[in-house]
Ligand binder design. Structure first.
Ligand code: CTP
Length: 413
């Protein structure tokens, strides 16, 4: 953290370049200011065509300028970047990425990017063709090589009638990504850069007929926190999400599934090229033996149908015992309760061995704890005999400890 802000609130520079998604940056700005960050908004001249200076000024509580000729005696083109703890450019247009990659400095934002020594996050938003153009691809690669965090755009409806990759991720998710980066500081922020990570999240549904299913209470929050924090640490993340109702984490490829069979197919496919797979999902252990193509009707005589169940494959054990490649780090979760046969940790140690994974994140779920909660408490057991307690903390904080343990294993491979 810089000297100035170490004495006060974290100082965030919000750069806004000229794309239609500039209006979403107002929500991002509000999230930062409401959570106690000191934000200086630096729009480009083009950004002001979309959202005017009074809006930025009113929401940030500060004057707003686009060029270096305002308040020259304060040397803003140097000072703003030097005193920042974090720079977030959202949306970042193709033009802005090109300028940043080439070190151009023809306005206040591009000057700020050259003087900032803190983590810099770009959240690009543009049409798919522009994002996929060789020039943009090269500029993004250059920025990443230099240590900038460039969030992959989301897929979906773009301006006009077309859809594709290029949307600005949900502002709440950019905020969560940014605060994860801010919390970890600059130097170690990207220890997962160049790593491919697969995370599963949510609970599977096993259908009886087209409208009924067996499900479970998993919210997906811990898996989403893992995906988001891995992306903020520089990893390329695939999140295989089963029946979740959460915003896509910024910069993460989200693959949606419903059943355990679909989850297995997607997780195994993504794990072939991955460095790490984390099974945070709750796949159903059983599924109905048969699926009725049409809705099962109530019987006239008041009897209920018998449902026979069959066991689902254990995805985690399958991945751990039959690894797609020997260097894959496999992480599992265990939701345990103590009973007459042993304590939570007794059951967890046995499960680690049985599943054959490298790390097992153990949650004590006695009394319905954890499900749907914003917080978690865990112990991370290692196949090497290590045991790392994670005191009660946000699911993001728990995720960071898990990635710390994973990063150690990756470094040793
Ligand atoms: N898991 C899996 N495939 C399944 C069931 C579970 O990959 N069919 C994974 C979960 O994602 C989690 C871990 O296995 O990472 C532990 O799940 P848990 O439900 O605790 O284990 P079970 O195998 O169901 O063990 P138990 O015998 O205690 O029910």
């Amino acid at each position: 953290m810089s000297e100035t802000s170490a004495q006060s609130r974290p100082h965030v520079v919000l750069g806004v370049s000229g794309g239609i998604a500039a209006y979403k940056a107002c929500e991002l700005l509000r999230r930062f200011t409401e959570s106690g960050h000191d934000v200086t908004v630096v729009p480009t001249a083009a950004a002001l065509q979309f959202v005017g200076a009074p809006t930025w000024s009113a929401l940030s509580g500060k004057p707003v300028s686009t060029e270096v000729w305002t308040d020259v005696h304060e040397v803003p083109h140097v000072r703003i970047g030097q005193t920042a703890d974090l720079v977030v450019v959202a949306p970042a247009t193709a033009d802005l990425l090109a300028k940043a990659a080439h070190g151009l400095a023809d306005d206040l934002l591009t000057n700020t990017l050259l003087t900032a020594r803190c983590p810099v996050i770009f959240a690009p938003a543009m049409h798919t063709e522009m994002w996929e153009h060789a020039a943009t691809v090269a500029n993004v690669a250059t920025l990443r090589d230099r240590g900038a965090l460039v969030i992959e755009p989301a897929e979906g409806r773009l301006t006009g009638t077309d859809t594709g990759k290029g949307r600005l991720p949900d502002p709440g998710e950019i905020f969560a990504f940014a605060t994860d980066v801010l919390a970890r500081g600059g130097a170690q922020a990207q220890d997962l850069a160049g790593r491919q990570v697969v995370v599963s999240a949510g609970g599977t549904r096993e259908y009886l007929d087209p409208v009924r299913f067996l499900g479970n209470r998993s919210s997906g929050l811990q898996g989403y926190a893992l995906a988001r924090t891995a992306a903020a640490r520089g990893a390329e993340v695939t999140l295989v999400a089963a029946n979740t109702n959460l915003a896509d984490p910024a910069g993460v490829k989200v693959v949606r599934v419903e059943t355990t069979a679909q989850l297995q197919e997607q997780v195994v496919a993504a794990s072939r090229a991955a460095d790490v797979v984390v099974m945070a999902a709750a796949p159903a252990d059983f599924r109905p033996e048969t699926f009725a193509d049409s809705k099962i009707k109530k019987a006239e005589d008041g009897s209920a149908p018998e449902i026979r169940l069959t066991q689902n494959p254990d995805i985690l054990a399958g991945l751990a015992h039959d690894r797609p490649h020997p260097d894959l780090v496999v992480v599992g979760f265990a939701a345990e309760t103590g009973d007459a046969n042993g304590t939570v940790m007794d059951h967890a140690s046995a499960k680690l061995l049985r599943k054959g994974c490298d790390l097992l994140v153990v949650n004590d779920v006695g009394g319905g704890k954890v499900f749907g909660s914003e917080e978690n408490e865990a112990v991370v057991l290692g196949a090497d005999g290590s045991s790392t307690p994670v005191p009660r903390a946000s699911k993001s904080a728990v995720a960071q400890v898990i990635w710390d343990r994973v990063a150690l294993l990756l470094a040793a491979r």
